[in-house]
Design a protein around this ligand. Structure first.
Ligand code: ADP
Ligand code: ZN
Length: 297
């Protein structure tokens, strides 16, 4: 029998589980992200306990970033330049490897989620697609020709610049690095700062959502032009606002303005811009998928 462990390592919480896929995901635990010693220590203790019952073939880590996902690098498996206190240059994957003595797959949270959606979710049988999360941050994972895109480091889809709209009450945006980048205009905290209340407390028909749909549509227009994805999966807390999807789809069509001539966009946009097929399990199943990939499954 094969069994895999997964860590969805978020900036606010860690989720750990074992299993082999959506129909077999077990013993999930969650704990807050505090210091690396404490939080990674809790993950190690959890997997030692699990492995004592049933051996693990591999562990996958889908982590907040930036991370070093390059297996040839001396700092592979590290969380690198994060502004998150305590976590700058943190050794991560190699700790699990040493302590559990199993192969460890390691990538960004969104690359993990993209891989999981590819195996079991809304991107099955697709070779080119994007998984985006709109939450505390904005991040994206791209699969191109069947492979996750890495490169110099990994894509930072939340940080391309986009123009503020004339009627935006906070046109400067909120990214500490870029002001009005995609994340600085459209993540959950940007909505909260712009309107003075938490995104999840804004009424469904608040003007915030039309402006949000606009920024998301500008972001997607750029991504469609660059990656030519066959589908875009939109996860994260902000996309719990289901009323945003129809506005977003309509605005993407308007912004593309007929230039990208594909029936997938012009006729079937409801199937083109979609929520995750794995729902709120996209993150942890992404970690399991990274473990399986590492084990060659
Ligand atoms: P994280 O990105 O930290 O993993 P989330 O994807 O839940 O977690 O993102 C959290 C952000 O999303 C916060 O800014 C929060 O205000 C916002 N958010 C969470 N749930 C909702 C919701 N139902 N509607 C709108 N915004 C939400
Ligand atoms: Zn930015």
């Amino acid at each position: 029998m094969t069994l895999f462990g997964g860590i969805e390592a978020g900036g606010t919480k860690f989720v750990c589980a074992i299993g082999t896929g959506p129909d077999d995901l077990r013993n999930e635990i969650r704990f807050p992200t505090t210091t690396p010693a404490e939080t990674i220590g809790q993950a190690v203790a959890y997997f030692k306990e699990q492995a004592a019952n049933e051996p693990l073939d591999a562990i996958g880590i889908a982590s907040f970033g930036p991370v070093d996902p390059d297996p040839k690098s001396a700092t592979w498996g590290y969380i690198t330049t994060t502004p998150k206190p305590h976590w700058h240059n943190t050794e991560f994957a190699t700790v699990l490897q040493r302590e559990l003595n199993v192969p460890v797959g390691f990538d960004t949270d969104v690359n993990g989620a993209a891989l999981g959606e590819n195996r079991w979710g809304a991107a099955q049988w697709l070779d080119n697609f994007i998984y985006l999360t709109i939450g505390t941050g904005i991040g994206g994972g791209a699969v191109v020709n069947g492979q996750l895109v890495h490169g110099l480091l990994h894509p930072e889809m939340g940080h391309f610049l986009l123009p503020p709209r004339d009627d935006d009450p906070s046109p400067d945006g909120f990214c500490p690095y870029h002001g009005h980048c995609f994340e600085g205009m459209a993540n959950g905290p940007a909505i909260e700062k712009r309107w003075g209340q938490k995104a999840e407390t804004l009424a469904e028909d608040h003007p915030a959502w039309e402006l949000e749909a606009h920024y998301l549509a500008v972001g997607l227009e750029n991504l469609i032009c660059v990656y030519s994805p066959q589908r875009i999966i939109m996860g994260g807390g902000v996309m719990e606002q289901k009323q945003v999807f129809p506005m977003l789809r309509q605005k993407v069509i308007e912004l593309l303005n007929g230039y990208v001539q594909s029936p997938a966009i012009l006729e079937e946009i409801d199937r083109y811009i979609v929520p995750p097929g794995l729902g709120n399990k996209a993150g942890i199943l992404g970690a399991i998928a990274l473990a399986q990939r590492q084990a060659g499954v």
